[in-house]
Design a protein around this ligand. Structure first.
Ligand SMILES: [Zn+2]
Length: 273
């Protein structure tokens, strides 16, 4: 409950909190965006929210932000069929007043979940939204066991391709190639990393290094055994680059360079901003 109670971002419309998340069939309309993104609303709730979404910039913005987080939300949800393309696909598009039928199907599948669990997930989604862009992570590029995902562009990849500014570098020693796509935001710098020619297993971070010497972790991820972006790999998942999104409090013009580091402190590639 404190998740909602302490949050200024939600419920700007007033006192929609019923006091009991579990017992309230229709949460405050702005709060619904997280549940909507997860596809756990029933038809009536989804329809009501879509009507609201058509007129609410804030919710549209939240839904946009959530697009890049879908893999993480799906992982949190731990749902059968999570990570299937339909939600990510729908969310990576500009939210339309009426969502594709696909998503509606997804909703019907998922609304069988217990209320209690649903609200836990909403709370988790809300916590992520409250945490804001700095905690937004979206890792894609394989690692899912759903075979049909390969053909569908991931939200992080779509975002990567849409961001205007890109810098790239290949390390002469490790042969790892990193490309960072960025955009200036009110809150700092939005970044999506494309990583190629990296072998697993490894745990890595993308670090933004400021001109003032400060270091901010943009994102962290694991490289599975099969690796990412290996041109001569036998499997599709190992051929695909990793795309992972994140953010930094730096303004873009305050960033000197990016470093892809392993948790052991080995630098895989350094990219001048
Ligand atoms: Zn709203």
């Amino acid at each position: 409950m404190s998740v909602y109670g302490g949050n200024q971002g939600f419920g700007t419309g007033g006192s929609g909190m019923s006091g009991s998340m579990m017992g309230s069939p229709v949460p405050n309309e702005h709060e619904t965006v997280g549940a909507y993104a997860l596809g756990i609303l029933d038809d009536a709730e989804a329809t009501a929210f879509e009507a609201h979404l058509a007129t609410c910039e804030w919710c549209a913005q939240q839904l946009d932000e959530l697009a890049g987080m879908e893999p993480m939300l799906a992982a949190l949800a731990d749902l059968p069929g999570s990570g299937t393309p339909s939600i990510g696909e729908s969310l990576s598009a500009k939210p339309s007043p009426r969502l594709a039928e696909k998503l509606v199907d997804e909703v019907s599948e998922r609304r069988a979940l217990k209320r209690r669990r649903s609200f836990y997930l909403v709370a988790a989604a809300a916590a992520l939204i409250i945490g804001g862009p700095l905690t937004v992570l979206a890792a894609t590029g394989g690692g899912s066991d759903t075979g049909n995902q390969v053909a569908v562009a991931s939200p992080a990849k779509t975002l990567f391709e849409s961001l205007p500014d890109k810098v790239t570098a290949t390390d002469p020693t490790t042969a790892v190639t990193g490309t960072v796509a960025t955009a200036k935001k009110d809150w700092g710098t939005q970044a999506v990393l494309q990583l190629k020619n990296v072998k697993g297993p490894a745990k890595c971070s993308l670090i933004a290094v400021g001109k003032n010497g400060e270091r901010e972790t943009v994102s962290s991820w694991s490289v599975p055994n099969w690796g990412y972006g290996l041109p001569n790999a036998k499997t599709e998942e190992a051929k695909n680059p990793l795309y992972i999104g994140g953010g930094a409090a730096f303004n873009p013009n305050e960033i000197d360079k990016y470093e892809v580091m392993t948790f052991e402190g080995k630098k895989l590639v350094e990219i001048d901003a």
